[in-house]
Design a protein around this ligand. Sequence first.
Ligand SMILES: *Cc1c(COP(=O)(O)O)cnc(C)c1O
Length: 295
Amino acid sequence: MTSLASLRPKLPSPLQEIEDDRFTGHGIRLVLKRDDLIHPELVGNKWRKLAPNLTAAAGRTVVTFGGAYSNHLRATAAAGRLLGLTTVGVVRGQELAGRPLNASLARCAADGMRLHFVDRSTYRRKTEPKTLAALLRTAGVDDAYVVPEGGSNALAVRGCRELGEELRGHADVVGVACGTGGTLAGLAAGLGPGRRVLGVPVLKGGFLNDDIRALQHQAFGGPRGTWCLDERFHFGGYARTTPELDAFAEDFESRHDLPVERLYVAKLLYGLVALAQEGRFAPGTTVAAVITGRP
Ligand SMILES: *Cc1c(COP(=O)(O)O)cnc(C)c1O
């Protein structure tokens, strides 16, 4: 197996201050934490979460889970190709089997990931030991290293603690988009005292507070850091968008020459602009936005 270090990740990731009147007009500094530049293929928080798991896999077949548009599946597949690891992606939705693959899954397959489609009810039960064992058997995997959906386990959360450590002394408030919340759980643990994390969930549901607490418990043995969630910016749920959000993202791209990833980063930036306009950040505050990925 090729070593992770040989992939030359750009760590710590760059910090970039930008001028945006929607922030500066309220006396707020905005800095971008460019995790999207860590690695061209193992992008952003996926590097931070996968790297410790790929090391722990120690050459075993990496099995993981996701929906048809999962960034996590794509990153795992890319890691497999780059490192010479066998990867298996268990995909939610039996009906997708035998149909042409969408661009995201086609990319996974091109990277050598074996795709295994399962019906939604099996998918929901994938963490039950019996269901998982049966899944691995039908997928023909015997020596598996299993990474949970979205890649958030204790190793991943500890990997994301470094993101917080890199931001120490550089920001008062750190904004991050949340899927599983694993990135936020680690980030909050790594930030220094007196700093806080503001999470913007991109899924509808309101279950994330408990999930994040559970992830911190698994990774660190208890709660860490100061964080809260603002549930107002999911735009209907995962992979949903509106013309307003699209227009916002396009405008942000042209203002700042930053490619804005639409599933997560666009919603985070929209949320931060809204909060600045609502006066939620005191003048003099430095806000860091974690650019967790790239389009
Ligand atoms: C996966 C992903 C996230 C979500 O990370 P979680 O740790 O699951 O909360 C955020 N942004 C981007 C771009 C992602 O690909």
